[in-house]
Design a binder for this molecule. Structure first.
Ligand SMILES: [Zn+2]
Length: 288
């Protein structure tokens, strides 16, 4: 199966009460591990690519070429989307032109009127080509108020303004945090999540910063309309830990243990395992 937009897979997830994981890719090993996990779990999957990761992989064309090649060579049968993560205005257009099947335009740092204007243009550009769009609403409070540690929280009325532009997926802060969560984190704001879901008429919502949120909170969020969960840091942590263990045990010094295909194998295996566990938690196993 070729690349698909994220729209249908997320509407199905919203309807059936599970979430699809977005797992960010950094290189060939990452991509192969995530696609392998999705195929084995018979789960739909979204490959997230930040603009920085795309630059690291030399550009959007390389990413699209690599992923399309793997879909064919690995005989992937589950629905797969390549999604630009936290895209800029220009970045979103460039990713669409290179063959991404889904983009996030993150206008959350603009004043709401400017976010509305730019999101409108990206929606038109993407939808005329069958590409799905995720938009993000700016945070209220958070660090600007000097309240560090409670995460970002969006204004439900601003969420409605962005949702009404015809976006397919909406990212809104509900107390979630990118990266590691502080010990004093008070948890997700289910009151805000409920309100956002009500005013946006049941639109699929995204939970960014999925690493470190307890499983029961994840499942409650899915029950309240979260249909896409972004996982990035967790794969990085398990990859680094497995690679560290391989080197610390001196395995790179034994025989051909320095061969990159051997050196990077434990990390890749750890990603497969983590991705499958997330798919289990999100309820997307056997939903392809
Ligand atoms: Zn994010």
């Amino acid at each position: 199966m070729g690349l698909v937009s994220a729209r249908e897979m997320l509407l199905k997830a919203r309807k059936e009460g599970y979430a699809v994981g977005q797992f960010n890719i950094n290189n060939l090993e990452w991509t192969k591990a995530i696609l392998t996990a999705a195929e084995e779990a018979k789960s739909p999957v979204i490959l997230g690519v930040s603009e920085g990761a795309a630059r690291y992989m030399t550009g959007f064309d390389t990413v699209v070429g690599m992923v399309n090649g793997m879909l064919k060579n690995l005989n992937i049968t589950v629905p797969v989307a390549i999604h630009l993560d936290h895209g800029s205005f220009e970045g979103a257009k460039a990713a669409i032109e290179a063959g991404f099947s889904s983009v996030m335009f993150d206008g959350s740092h603009y004043p709401i009127d400017e976010n509305v204007e730019k999101t409108t243009e990206i929606v038109e550009y993407a939808h005329s080509r069958g590409i799905s769009v995720e938009a993000e609403v700016g945070a209220i409070g958070g660090e600007e108020d000097g309240v560090v540690g409670s995460g970002e929280v969006a204004d439900p009325q601003e969420c409605k303004r962005i949702a009404d532009l015809g976006v397919d997926i909406l990212a809104a802060g509900i107390g979630n945090i990118h990266g590691k969560y502080p010990d004093n984190w008070p948890g997700l704001r289910f009151d805000v999540l409920k309100e956002v879901q009500d005013v946006t008429g049941g639109m699929p919502l995204v939970l960014h910063g999925g690493t470190g949120i307890p499983g029961d909170m994840i499942q409650e969020a899915i029950g309240l309309g979260v249909s896409k969960i972004n996982v990035n840091t967790e794969c990085q942590l398990v990859f680094a830990a497995a690679t560290r263990q391989y080197v610390e045990e001196g395995k790179d010094l034994v025989g051909k243990g320095f061969d990159p295909r051997k050196l990077l194998a434990p990390g890749a295996k750890a990603i497969v395992q983590t991705v499958k566990e997330k798919m289990e938690l999100f309820g997307s196993v056997n939903k392809a």
